[in-house]
Design a protein around this ligand. Structure first.
Ligand SMILES: Nc1ncnc2c1ncn2[C@@H]1O[C@H](COP(=O)(O)OP(=O)(O)OP(=O)(O)O)[C@@H](O)[C@H]1O
Ligand SMILES: [Mg+2]
Length: 494
């Protein structure tokens, strides 16, 4: 609280909290005037309003003694004080509240855009699976010199490109199926470095500063490569005239409190991956919109504005967080924080030899999208499999109960009305413990990653080609990793 003289604007009384907030001692305050704190214009406005109406409510943004910018809500009333006309100001520091509100607003915006993007991408994936799938089937039936071959190839290519785009959108909406592993980021960066150097050209120097005792993270290696590539390409684009690009790794601990809170992630041990450049940097406007899909400052054809959206989605879905520091002309640092874990690195298994993707086993196929279902069915029948199929889980259970022969494999969509693919798999494998499970989805429902489903169960990401489907089915049928155990519960379901 302050009391100040309306005519001289001198402070007559200041309480302790005000001294603490502004950083001036009571003696220093006595020497100051209202204008000295809030500026001439604001002081003049306030005094005239007080004289006219007897009270005023304001929001001030101004600097403290140390130069820190604070936001203060004020309510001022005219009072008599030692026989003078004075103003009594009650001040509330709302800097932190404002910052949290802004953070929440940003998060809500990203959430809303993410839902939209994810929804569109989901439906799109089904359509693309049909487009690329059927063009592949047409191509298989066309002779080498058929005049329609070129047309079918163009459809196929366009479908694949559209698939790549949808994948980025799914990544942003945090709905893609991740396949996380225990990872050493140093190893990942080193393996990528030769390719990165080629990517950035000779005018930019690539420097790696890798912490020798770096902890491990649990993340999808392919996705993290994507994160690094996108950050590196952006850094390159910001240094048209050359410069220095640094990739740094380090162990970091995120503290509780405002410093850590800024990062919007759980406090605790983390691994930091920072990509910094000496490029042109960004102003505040760009910095605020950076992660929005399709936000780009690059000319048409040079950027789609999906790079950082993808980065954002992958990092968030992996339980991490992002921090950006940048100013015009001062370069940029992107910091990726991922939770550090204790588990040791997994030993890489030898890849089993590729076998001819043909078979005779019986497959139960469950997919609610009619066109996708018939595409998968047709593909598998051509490969020699016996396929029984159902449009929904209820029908699938009925088939599984009544079918006389053995069912070797269940192929199921994950997101379906009534019963989801995971619960269906539990029911089917209780009924038939020998049945293996393959999920297909273009969409990871929330909780899927947490349930650990993607570690054990086999997945086929939509959109897929008939070739990829056939190969995957063969692999699942031959592997013994996801067979149900004797108790009637599948490993997938745990
Ligand atoms: N290292 C950086 N230095 C300066 N500006 C950057 C940097 N990284 C990103 N930006 C800014 O953020 C915008 C969005 O980046 P983002 O990667 O999402 O899209 P893009 O690079 O424009 O296009 P895309 O990555 O899809 O090809 C960029 O257009 C650029 O203005
Ligand atoms: Mg980019």
């Amino acid at each position: 609280m302050w009391v100040f003289d309306l005519s001289s604007e001198k402070f007559l009384a200041i309480n302790k909290a005000a001294c603490g907030l502004y950083g001036y001692s009571p003696e220093e305050f006595q020497k100051l005037t209202l204008s000295g704190i809030v500026g001439n214009e604001e002081a003049r406005r306030l005094v005239s309003e007080l004289k006219r109406k007897g009270s005023a409510v304001n929001l001030w943004r101004h600097h403290t003694r140390s130069g820190r910018l604070i936001e203060v809500e004020t309510s001022v009333h005219e009072i008599p004080y030692r026989r003078r006309r004075a103003g009594l100001a009650v001040l509330i520091d709302v800097t932190e509240r404002r910052r949290l509100e802004e953070q929440l607003r940003q998060a809500q915006k990203m959430e809303a855009v993410g839902m939209l993007a994810g929804g569109v991408a989901h439906d799109f994936n089904n359509l693309l699976t049909i487009i690329t799938g059927y063009s592949q089937l047409i191509l298989n039936n066309l002779r080498e010199n058929d005049p329609n071959r070129h047309s079918a190839e163009q459809i196929m290519k366009a479908g694949e490109r559209a698939g790549a785009l949808t994948k980025q959108l799914l990544a942003f909406s945090r709905r893609q199926v991740l396949q996380p592993k225990v990872l050493d980021l140093n190893m990942l960066v080193k393996t990528l470095s030769a390719m990165l150097q080629r990517l950035i050209g000779e005018d930019i120097e690539l420097r790696l500063v890798l912490s020798p005792d770096l902890g491990r993270v649990y993340a999808d290696p392919g996705q993290l490569e994507q994160v690094i590539m996108n950050l590196v390409v952006n850094a390159r684009d910001a240094m048209a005239a050359g410069g220095m690009l640094t990739i740094r790794t380090a162990n970091a601990v995120i503290e509780e409190g405002p410093e850590g809170g800024r990062l919007a992630t759980k406090p605790g041990p983390h691994v930091l991956l920072a990509v910094s450049d000496t490029g042109h940097g960004m102003d505040e406007r760009t910095r605020n919109r950076l992660f929005e899909p399709f936000f780009t400052t690059k000319s048409v054809g040079r950027g789609t504005g999906l790079g950082l959206s993808t980065v954002f989605g992958i990092v968030k879905q992996s339980g991490g967080s992002l921090n950006v520091e940048s100013a015009p002309g001062r370069g940029t640092i992107f910091e990726v924080y991922l939770p550090r874990i204790e588990q040791p690195l997994a030993v890489e298994e030898e890849k089993p030899k590729e076998s001819a993707p043909r078979g005779t086993e019986t497959i139960l196929l469950v997919e609610d999208d009619e066109m996708v279902r018939s595409l998968v069915r047709e593909t598998l029948r051509r490969e020699g499999y016996k396929v029984i199929d159902a449009p929904d889980p209820i029908e699938a259970c009925r088939l599984a109960e009544n079918y006389k022969g053995e069912i070797h494999l269940l192929i199921s969509d994950i997101v379906m009305p009534k019963l989801n693919g995971r619960d269906l798999a539990v029911q089917i494998t209780q009924l038939r413990p020998g049945t293996k499970v393959l999920f297909m989805s273009g969409y990871a429902e929330t909780g899927l990653v947490k349930a650990g489903i993607n570690e054990r169960a086999e997945f086929l990401q939509k959109p897929f080609t008939p070739g990829a489907l056939a190969e995957k089915v063969r692999k699942v049928l031959e592997g013994d990793s996801n067979r149900a155990n004797g108790s009637g519960r599948t490993e997938v379901a745990s």
